[in-house]
Write a new protein. Structure first.
Lengths: 142, 142
DNA sequence: AACTGTAATTAGAATAATTCTTGATATCGG
DNA sequence: CCGATATCAAGAATTATTCTAATTACAGTT
């Protein structure tokens, strides 16, 4: 029996503080989980994985920690059609492609040199604070 | 006292059937509400407006009708950060700019000749079925 | 090390949007 | 008109998330 789980990404030492946020044990573990396996887990999936190392952690704490990490710009919250929120440690501007067949979410980058504001007719005076690009579709063999 | 409500858009006769969907009285009214005032209402806001003409309508029916209209491609469901879904009769490819100060949602078009697939590095073989572009920010006077 | 104030965590209750269930109504084709 | 099917209505149920209140951990100070 060979494990099905994807290879975990190497996780660097997580500092005591990131972006002004004190990294408690719980926040460290949750951040580690997101870096180790970048498959856009839901809060509940993070919770289940966190219990391996923090058996007493509660789902409320997972929500609190994810919220704190999002508020401090350490991770991003990704929403897709009213499904549960998912969380993503990839901070550079990118979108998400949801493969309807597998449920897998792929990060999608802009082509080099292109920014979203360049291609949209924004209302005059619009200052963008946050962008979310979501694509739904399927992957066909070619 | 002068009314604050925006001028309603003229609504054409709504046919008995659109895109293979039988347009019952309730579906017609709900569709009319979305066309008349294109301010991206929630299901509950549609419900409140629908009661003017259909006093017995239920919120469940509003949800049923909106779902039927969405499924048949007659309107679009718009989601923003796990807030209530909003509904939009504008079918051509466009995004939404949420003004954080006012809560108003503005439709945002692509600049002429540009399509989203042109600017993204999609995974090989990706076939896009649906796109959602959401911007959050504010409008500054210039 | 004990003390104090603040922040974080926990468990469970509460909330809110949406969906589901069931029975009643309406509509369509014959 | 009659039966089949689709739609609607009311309220219960579901689910993700947030809130509340009590406990615990931590940092800085004595």
């Amino acid at each position: 029996m060979v494990s099905n789980a994807p290879e975990p990404n190497p996780v660097p030492e997580i500092p005591e503080e990131i972006a002004g946020l004190r990294m408690t044990r719980q926040r460290q573990e949750i951040y580690r989980i997101l870096i180790e396996q970048r498959n856009h887990p839901t809060a509940n999936e993070v919770f289940m994985r966190a219990k391996d190392r923090l058996p007493n952690i509660s789902l409320a704490t997972v929500y609190n920690c994810l919220e704190a990490l999002v508020q401090h710009g350490i991770i991003r919250q990704v929403n897709f059609e009213r499904e549960s929120s998912r969380y993503c440690p990839n901070l550079h501007e990118h979108g998400h492609f949801h493969d309807a067949a597998t449920g897998i979410i792929h990060d999608v980058d802009f082509k080099p040199g292109i920014s979203l504001a360049d291609v949209l007719n924004l209302p005059p005076g619009a200052v963008i604070q946050d962008v979310e690009i979501t694509l739904r579709g399927k992957l066909v063999s070619q």
